[in-house]
Design a protein around this ligand. Structure first.
Ligand SMILES: C[S@@+](CC[C@H](N)C(=O)[O-])C[C@H]1O[C@@H](n2cnc3c(N)ncnc32)[C@H](O)[C@@H]1O
Length: 193
């Protein structure tokens, strides 16, 4: 629907194709082949955007042997998450990273299969974002909760480890400026020490 000025009006409607049981998504409708093609199409769109080039510029000089993504979200059904995944793949290609690891507890089997087809490795268990770096590692954590960033930084809290770690995520200032969100009992266990 467009308003009188021709702007697209965005309304909060029912989210498409998300199967939810007890507040948790169970599975998307698409098969992995379909998901892979839509990720690849999104990647082509991304190449046209200035955004991808900007990220490339920001990452210039950043060494990256491992690329780890936490919290990608439901990319089988959500376009934002799909764009984020397309950007992850773009970064992997620009930085010539051979090992891309991904974990999000909400991913369904088709999404995990799609990740494998896209040459990513699915981390098998919930690390609560506490992985300690062993080599030059870039973490990609788009729109993740503050506890996730907190856990990652806490787990690597030494000059030696922090010097090997780069993080692509949200502005910490915006977290500092906003009140902590109410705790959500459906969130996976993750938080402070
Ligand atoms: C706010 S959502 C962001 C999703 C998506 N990136 C987006 O921008 O729409 C945070 C994501 O973090 C995921 N998450 C929660 N705990 C996690 C954990 N321990 N490890 C990895 N991901 C986690 C959630 O399942 C959720 O998909």
């Amino acid at each position: 629907m467009a308003n009188d000025d021709g702007f697209q009006i965005v309304s909060r409607g029912v989210r498409p194709r998300q199967h939810v049981r007890s507040g948790r998504k169970v599975c998307c409708d698409s098969g992995s082949v379909e998901i892979v093609s839509s990720v690849l199409r999104t990647r082509e769109d991304l190449n046209m955007m200035q955004y991808a080039a900007q990220i490339e510029g920001l990452l210039e000089g950043v060494e990256c042997e491992d690329l780890i993504c936490y919290g990608i979200g439901l990319f089988g059904t959500c376009r934002i998450a799909r764009l984020q995944l397309a950007l992850l793949l773009h970064i992997a290609s620009v930085k010539q990273v051979s090992k891309v690891l991904v974990y999000d507890p909400v991913l369904c089997p088709q999404e995990k299969a799609a990740l494998r087809e896209l040459h990513c490795v699915c981390i098998p268990e919930n690390e609560l974002c506490r992985r300690q770096v062993q080599t030059k590692t870039v973490f990609y954590m788009p729109h993740c909760g503050r506890a996730m960033y907190n856990n990652l930084i806490w787990a690597n809290w030494s000059p030696e480890k922090l010097s090997q770690l780069a993080l692509i995520g949200n502005s910490f200032q915006s977290y500092l400026d906003s009140p902590p969100p109410p705790s959500d009992p459906s969130d996976p266990e993750i938080i402070t020490k």
